[in-house]
Design a protein around this ligand. Structure first.
Ligand code: TTP
Ligand code: MG
Length: 401
């Protein structure tokens, strides 16, 4: 019997700021751009739970956050500090399992199968890990445990903050049934909208339908996948981050481009080339990253991780263009010197907003066009890639807007 644990830190960046500034505890605290400085066009990275009571959320425009709570404390991100804590947390996770799959700085799956004698039942294991994280870092982690990977992920989020939710073997379908379809890992807003238009609002309702009664007659991999998930069918395993690699294409333009249509076309071209290479290499990754460099050298990336591997040209285009639209919203009329599209294993950088540094990371692209992000260090390659780029960015001064 598998025992998979998903751990996700509560209000991660904000919790670290509170830890380092005890006066800020329990006061609404927003990590992100300063709403009173610069263009004011930045976004919220995260906020503490006191700020969430005002309706502030990650990825919200910083201006909006300021409107909702002008008295909140607004602090810029200190990535170096967050990475340092992330490393410590990942080390603690490794005390509980050799098989740790980080999804981002503050989140990982642990395969804790066969550790019952060592750590006790699931609830005891969960409490023990929570206690270790708290005593060693002063921070709080929420945990979900299940025999089914994606259910562990749903469970860790369910009783945040300070959550611990164990789904006992055999109880998976009952656990899922009352939850809204939005909870399904891999079901985006568009998909959920379609489900709701079909009268399906809970995971249980989805599971009770026949596949053919889903939107579009249930055709296509996505519906099959979500339908399986709704019935708690998911045999994905925890994949150690050490096995990670990435594949990507990037182009520097002879003349910088500012026209939206032309930039979109460039993204599609990159996707075609990348899809070809992915087919050739049978590469399987679930995270897509779009990289862009403004005239000058200011470089950013934006990513998203899917529940399914990203392999087809259609998937690549759809996802890359989605990310691109988000980037466009903040680009203004600035012109672009370089674009890149990359697929990698499960690094959930989708939640990192423009944190990456000038000329770092992707600029280490190999001559064959493969964007090499892996650089094994202490904990795992994925975290190190992020560290590398964040670190370099920080040395150049982080402007989070
Ligand atoms: P999350 O785990 O999604 O959020 P959180 O830890 O702040 O809050 P909680 O888990 O309790 O809901 O993301 C982890 C960190 O990633 C977060 O602290 C800041 C960063 N992040 C961004 O920079 N931008 C984003 O849009 C999101 C969602 C997160
Ligand atoms: Mg978190």
């Amino acid at each position: 019997m598998r025992r998979i644990l998903h751990a996700d830190m509560d209000a991660f960046y904000a919790a670290i700021e509170e830890l380092d500034h005890p006066d800020w505890k329990d006061v609404p605290l927003v990590v992100g751009a300063d709403p009173r400085k610069g263009s004011g066009r930045g976004v919220v990275s995260t906020c503490n739970y006191a700020a969430r009571r005002f309706g502030i959320r990650s990825a919200m425009a910083i201006r909006r956050a300021y409107e909702l709570c002008p008295n909140a404390i607004f602090v810029p991100p200190r990535m170096e500090r967050y990475m340092e804590i992330s490393e410590r947390i990942m080390e603690i996770f490794h005390h509980y399992s050799p098989l740790v799959e980080p999804l981002s700085l503050d989140e990982a799956f642990l395969d804790c199968s066969g550790t019952d004698r060592l750590f006790g039942d699931a609830a005891t294991l969960g409490r023990s890990l929570k206690d270790s994280v708290r005593s060693e870092t002063g921070l709080i982690v929420s945990i979900g445990i299940s025999a089914v990977k994606f259910i562990a992920k749903i469970a860790s989020d369910l009783e945040k903050p300070d959550g611990l939710v164990v789904v006992q073997p055999g109880q998976e379908a009952a656990f899922l049934a009352p939850l809204p379809v939005e909870r399904l890992w891999g079901a985006g807003p568009e998909t959920c909208k379609k489900l709701r238009e079909h009268g399906i609002s809970t995971i249980g309702e989805l599971g009770r339908r026949e596949l053919k009664d889903l939107p579009g007659g249930g055709q296509g991999k996505l519906w099959k996948h979500l339908h399986n998930l709704s019935r708690a069918l998911d045999d994905r395993e925890v994949v150690s981050s050490r096995q990670r690699k990435s594949i990507g294409e990037e182009r520097t333009f002879g003349t910088d481009i500012s026209d939206s249509d032309r930039l979109r076309q460039r993204i599609m071209d990159l996707c075609s080339e990348l899809a070809y290479r992915i087919r050739k290499s049978s590469f399987q990754g679930r995270t897509i990253t779009v990289k862009y460099r403004f005239t000058g050298f200011e470089t950013h990336t934006r990513s998203r991780t899917e529940a399914e591997v990203i392999v087809t040209e259609g998937q690549l285009r759809r996802l890359a263009l989605d990310l691109w639209e988000e980037i466009e919203e903040r680009r203004g009329d600035r012109s672009i010197r370089l674009l890149g599209v990359q697929v990698s294993h499960a690094i959930r950088e989708d939640q990192q907003q423009d944190l990456f540094g000038s000329g770092s990371g992707f600029s280490s692209a190999k001559s064959d066009g493969i964007i090499s992000l892996e650089k094994e260090k202490k904990i795992d390659s994925a975290m190190d890639q992020i560290n590398e780029r964040f670190g370099k960015k920080l040395k150049r001064g982080l402007s989070h807007n």
